[in-house]
Design a protein around this ligand. Structure first.
Ligand SMILES: [Zn+2]
Length: 87
């Protein structure tokens, strides 16, 4: 896997905010396929509710990690510490 960068992580967060806004516009009823925010060049998705994304995005230093890492959704701190995980 490629090196983790905060720039990549922030670019993916910006894209995920756009996905979240569109999920609100279209009242998306199911888990939303967000992009993995692990910070590496990663093609994984994080399928979770829009409310979960908004909670994570509201916390400084929290990021989503997803199916490319063996779980549907997990929340990590910027230094890699796991906050919450769900299979
Ligand atoms: Zn990833």
């Amino acid at each position: 896997m490629s090196a983790v960068t905060s720039e990549r992580r922030e670019a993916v967060r910006t894209a995920n905010i756009g996905i979240s806004k569109h999920a609100d516009i279209y009242d998306f009823p199911a888990r939303v396929p967000f992009l993995c925010e692990c910070g590496a060049i990663c093609t994984g998705f994080v399928r979770t509710s829009n409310d979960t994304f908004k909670l994570v995005a509201s916390q400084a230093g929290w990021y989503l990690s997803g199916d490319g890492h063996g779980h549907r959704v997990a929340v990590f701190t910027a230094d890699g510490g796991r906050v919450l995980a769900a299979a």
